[in-house]
Structures are given as structure tokens and as C-alpha cells.
Design a protein around this ligand. Sequence first.
Ligand SMILES: Nc1ncnc2c1ncn2[C@@H]1O[C@H](COP(=O)(O)OP(=O)(O)OP(=O)(O)O)[C@@H](O)[C@H]1O
Length: 274
Amino acid sequence: MVDATTKPAGEPIVEVEGLVTRFGATTIHDGLSFTVDRGEIMGVVGGSGSGKSVMLRIILGLIHPAAGRIRLLGEEITGFDEAARSRRQRRIGMLFQDGALFSQLTVAENVAMPLIEHARVSTQTARRLAIDKLVLVGLKPADGDKLPSELSGGMRKRAGLARALAMDPELLLLDEPTAGLDPISAEGFDQLILDLNHALGVTVMLVTHDLDTLHAICDRVAALVDKQIRIGPIAELAQDPHPWLQSYFGGPRGRAALRASDDAAVRNAPMPTR
Ligand SMILES: Nc1ncnc2c1ncn2[C@@H]1O[C@H](COP(=O)(O)OP(=O)(O)OP(=O)(O)O)[C@@H](O)[C@H]1O
């Protein structure tokens, strides 16, 4: 369980006000306002189709909202031109839901791609930096020569994370990083995110359905319900009377995750002194 008191309150590096997103006649977000502080790990939850992935893609500049004000890393987002998007993508790393690795490129070439595209470094330097990132996420340098299809699901996620980290981003957007992983691999991935957050100070927004992940590493949780956003520590959201939040946090899985996190907190608590 993350102890929010161990992290200093940082300045907001994501500031969103009145965000409205529409696809044709369908409204996905209807006036979202929220901030994410530097150094924070923010979990994002919500029902299927509630607009979690779309929210990350808007922050990355891949989808344009219908209305709203967005300020990222101290910069007001006004234009949605190619130059502005490229500038943003140099400071924000994203792990897509399916890893989004190019199947015909080696793992190292995949990780090196943002460096060549955005930082214009030589192929040789990009490869060296890519191998460093692979090691950072727990893969071996030799994994860099493999094709994505030669990696396990968990290793592919780590390779996707290495690519997201290629440009040393200040903000990391992770779309369902532990989906499809067995519980032990998922726990290892959670720990990796926490380690990166502590070691590099990277801010993380992470879409997940995994209640264990929320309890284990998130400082606050944002829930997308009824096209709106509700944000707070898990304990606070779990008390929210909204039916979706009640069944999410109060259902059998929610209660089991809470028990597991309480047990872990007891195990990790310092022994009382007499
Ligand atoms: N490019 C697009 N064009 C039109 N509709 C889109 C587009 N991208 C997403 N949508 C729609 O927006 C809604 C929200 O999609 P999104 O992928 O953000 O859901 P989600 O909350 O991440 O769901 P899940 O938990 O199932 O992944 C869905 O109804 C989806 O079909």
C-alpha cells in the first residue's frame, strides 16, 4: 500500500479543465476537470467504453478534444499541429494496451525508434540507449535482437515500457499494463512501475481494471463514470455512493483486494517498541 504521506505534494504537471470529447454525435467526456501532480501515480478506472484510453490519447495529442483547456508540463496546449504533438511526445511516454510493437522490427529497433524519430540521434547511439532501457525494465541485452513474437506476454509489456521510457519522459501513460499477465508477473510489473517512479521521479497515469494494482501502487484514483470524473484516494472513492463505484470497490474482487492490501500493510508495519 502506498503511503501518500511519503511523497511531497508536487506541482501539477497535467491540468485539464472542462474537457469535452465527442465522436460524431456521441459524447464520451462531458466536462472533465482534474490535475495530476509531479511524482504522483494516478490510477484511472471506469467501465468498458467510459473513455479511459481516449483520455490518455488526448493527453498524448493523438485525439483532439471538442472543448476544454489542457496544460501539460507547464505548457498550454493550444495548437494540435504536428510540431506541437512531436514536442509533447518527446516528454511523454506511452505504453499502449497491446504493446504496439512493430512485429517486423527487433525489440531494440522498436525501443530505438522514438530516439531516431524525435531526438534524431544516430542509429548506433539509439541502439546503445535502447539496450540500456531494456536492462532498466528487467530484460537482457540479448532480448534486443529478438522479434516481439519471440517474447512472452510479460516480456512484450516490458519491451513496450522500455520504448515508452526511451526519451526519459517526465510523464508516463500506461494503458492496462498488467492486463493478460499472470498474478506473479503482474505483481512484478507493479513493482517495476513503483521502482521507476521512485528512482526516476516519473509521474504515472495508469489505466487499469486491476484492483490489486490500484491498492499496491496508486496514490490517487480517477474514476470515469457518467462521462464525468471523480478523483480521490481509494478509501475515499470506495465510500462514494455512485452505483458503479460501489459495485467496483465493494464487490467480491474489490473486498478481496482491500483485505490483501490491509494484510500487506500489517505485515510491513514496524514492530511496536515497549
Ligand atoms: N477514434 C475513435 N473514433 C470513434 N470512436 C472512438 C474512437 N476511439 C474510441 N472511440 C469510442 O470511444 C469510447 C471510449 O473508448 P475507450 O477506448 O477510451 O474506452 P475504455 O474506457 O478505455 O474501455 P476499455 O476498458 O474497454 O478498454 C468507446 O465507445 C469507443 O468505441
